[in-house]
Ligand binder design. Structure first.
Ligand SMILES: NC(=O)c1ccc[n+]([C@@H]2O[C@H](COP(=O)([O-])OP(=O)(O)OC[C@H]3O[C@@H](n4cnc5c(N)ncnc54)[C@H](OP(=O)(O)O)[C@@H]3O)[C@@H](O)[C@H]2O)c1
Length: 370
């Protein structure tokens, strides 16, 4: 028996050493393509690049201007917007992201930004929907730059003439998340009681307006300085979280959209109706992420599933052209507003992202590109 334990111990030790070596080698071998930025570009454009994790490593460089492929559109970016998504990549945070493919030691993809609005400069030979001169908005990796090249059938739509580039740039991630949370995950019906935790941020300001347009009775949760804003977006009630805790009230909700994750799933279940839906969107400022951030919550939800009547689930927004067109229509008809908190220049990208990292943006933070 003693010999068996001895051998088992040796095998476990060997496996442990092999796993450690594997992670150690993978960590030191992890690299990116930053060397290519040292070559002088033949056709230059300005773009934000980062070769190492951390805000201080963001740089505005001259890099090669992209050429659209047959199915792509070359867009001259006039404005971009910042999302928590961006700082997750800047910081490589929560740390598990690094092991899940973002880059163990250094970011694999050295470009940043997703949401853009701008003017079409050229199109690939298969593109029929867009032409040079069209004003467009949407989402494409590397949007903190003078040019992006989205595929014409993906996240790009025509911008209504009565909407500014700054407003249109604010839509993609936050707007689509809010729409898909209300319509697809929350399946909000007229008359239902909907609570939006984090009602004054990028996602929240859209979610309040969309839930209202679906006929819901909307309660928004935000801090004192944002109460009037959330009311002005159509919320029937606003809870100031500095004075009142929604999770301790007797009020029950049919749907809770959670952008903050500052209450446990059990606390949220107590204020959900028996058939209610709890939609986990995100939460936590940059310095609250640790190793797994909010990624433990879907696992918890899965374990709870067989024992609870309520539906609890995490959502991941999808960039859909049809949904961008929904926003174009709503904005054109004055039915949906994009709330802009601050506007920065591309050269101030570090300050802009640092502000969003604090977790108290009021609507959208925009970067303009001259
Ligand atoms: N799952 C997805 O597909 C998806 C997509 C987009 C975003 N997200 C995630 O969703 C979250 C929200 O995104 P966002 O773009 O709306 O972020 P944001 O623009 O940075 O907004 C954060 C908002 O949270 C509010 N807030 C902070 N502490 C609060 C508290 N204790 N109670 C209530 N509100 C509080 C802030 O309001 P005050 O200033 O009033 O405190 C602020 O307006 C982020 O974690 C993001 O990563 C997920």
């Amino acid at each position: 028996m003693k010999r068996i334990f001895k051998w088992l111990f040796r095998i476990v030790l060997i496996l442990f050493v092999v796993a450690f070596l594997f992670v150690f080698i993978a960590y030191w071998r992890s690299a990116n393509d930053c060397e290519r930025y040292s070559a002088t570009p033949t056709n230059p454009m300005k773009a934000v690049v980062y070769c190492d994790y951390g805000l201080a490593n963001l740089k505005l460089e001259q890099i090669e201007k992209p050429t659209p492929t047959d199915d792509q559109v070359l867009v001259r970016v006039r404005a971009a917007s910042i999302n928590p998504y961006d700082w997750h990549f800047v910081e490589g945070s929560p740390k598990i992201m690094r092991a899940l493919g973002v880059g163990l030691r250094k970011p694999k993809d050295t470009r940043l930004g997703v949401d853009f609005a701008g003017v079409v400069e050229a199109v690939g030979k298969n593109v029929t929907q867009f032409k040079p001169g069209d004003e467009v908005f949407g989402g494409r990796g590397g949007a903190f730059a003078e040019y992006v090249t989205p595929r014409s059938d993906r996240a790009i739509a025509l911008k209504p003439a009565n909407v500014s580039f700054e407003e249109a740039a604010g839509v993609n991630i936050a707007g689509l998340t809010a729409l898909q949370a209300v319509r697809d995950k929350g399946k909000v019906q007229p008359g239902q009681k909907v609570l939006i935790n984090g009602a004054s941020g990028g996602v929240g300001t859209f979610a309040v307006q969309i839930a209202k347009s679906y006929g819901a009775d909307v309660t928004g949760v935000c801090s004192t300085r944002n109460v009037d804003l959330v009311k002005s977006l159509g919320a029937d009630r606003v809870i100031d979280y500095t004075k009142e805790d929604y999770a301790k009230s007797d009020q029950k909700y049919d749907v809770i959209l959670d952008n903050v994750a500052n209450h446990s799933l059990s606390e949220n279940r107590k204020v959900l109706t028996p058939a209610g839906k709890f939609v986990m969107i995100g939460g936590g400022s940059a310095n609250q992420q640790g190793w797994i951030g909010v990624l433990g919550r879907p696992v918890q939800a899965l374990m709870m599933k067989p024992f609870v009547s309520q539906q609890i689930g995490m959502m991941m927004a999808e960039m859909k052209q049809a949904d961008l067109n929904y926003f174009a229509d709503q904005m054109q008809n004055g039915k949906l507003k994009v709330i802009i908190d601050r506007t920065y220049k591309l050269s101030e990208i570090q300050q802009a992202i640092a502000y969003v990292e604090e977790g108290h943006a009021r609507g959208k933070v925009i970067v303009t590109i001259d």
